[in-house]
Design a protein around this ligand. Structure first.
Ligand code: ADP
Length: 249
């Protein structure tokens, strides 16, 4: 695989907390255009990996390359500007704003305008077309004028995804996108992730293994801070070490 094919690469990524290795010597290669899942039992180091990759935490050792640039010592705000955007944590959804207004705010954030500036009618109109396009993309066209707090849980999540897409990410990091969802919403959000990943790269941490099986091109299994196995679902799910780590025998 050439370097061009890899959009995100971690080498020897390590995070130590007071002598304890939450993540130890992790190598990760995320292929451009793929859906890549990070799985593992509780305490495996998945969240710490996400925090390291998005620079919410600085690694104790190792390097991280995103889209050809060494981001090891960069700040999370720089990473977002470079096109790696983490959803569900940094994308704010304002409960009293409508779906359309929420997406407009996100579009304006991308341009670095101030919040007051957003209030002017000219700006509202300017963002209207693009905002509606994002709303269509996540299947919320019928809800543009509904306030966020009136949306179902699954639709709120779709709105969060729309505000993330407004930042035009090359790479999306989804942190447990199915957490707390009813089955019907799981199916809807799965289809949405598949659709929006068609021309982007997606890395997700997800506990729902049937979703992981359905969506992922590549799966990295972590256990005790280290990579246990990597490959497609058939490969990792038949790996003895993975089965052992999950059922704890
Ligand atoms: P996962 O997301 O796979 O459940 P985490 O990355 O949250 O795992 O945690 C991995 C390990 O690192 C756990 O044992 C956790 O207790 C520990 N850990 C995580 N964050 C901290 C921290 N800030 N200080 C100390 N230990 C931490």
């Amino acid at each position: 695989m050439s370097g061009q094919d890899i959009i995100l690469q971690a080498k020897g990524m390590t995070k130590q907390f007071a002598g304890f290795f939450a993540v130890k010597n992790v190598d990760l290669n995320v292929r451009r255009g793929s859906i890549h899942a990070l799985i593992g039992p509780n305490g495996a180091g998945k969240t710490t990996c996400f925090n390291l990759l998005t620079k919410f935490l600085q690694p104790t050792a190792g390097s991280i390359i995103f889209d050809g640039a060494d981001i090891t010592t960069m700040q999370s705000s720089d990473i977002a500007r470079m096109g790696m955007v983490r959803s569900f944590q940094i994308s704010a959804v304002f409960p009293k704003l409508t779906v359309l207004e929420n997406v407009r705010v996100a579009l304006q954030r991308r341009r670095g305008d101030s919040f007051d500036f957003w209030r002017s009618q000219t700006v509202l109109n300017r963002f209207d077309e693009e905002a509606r396009h994002r709303i269509d993309e996540v299947g919320l066209s019928g809800f543009a004028e509904v306030t966020a707090d009136e949306l179902s849980y699954g639709r709120k999540r779709a709105l969060e995804i729309a505000t993330t897409l407004a930042l035009e990410p090359k790479m999306l990091l989804l942190d447990e996108p199915m957490a707390g969802m009813a089955q019907q919403d799981v199916e809807r959000i799965s289809a949405l992730i598949k659709r929006i990943s068609a021309n982007r790269t997606t890395l997700m941490v997800e506990h729902n293994l049937s979703v992981v099986a359905d969506l992922s091109d590549t799966i990295t299994v972590l256990a005790r801070g280290q990579v246990l196995a990597e490959g497609d679902y058939a490969t990792v799910s038949s790996d003895e070490r993975v089965i052992e780590a999950y059922i704890g025998v």
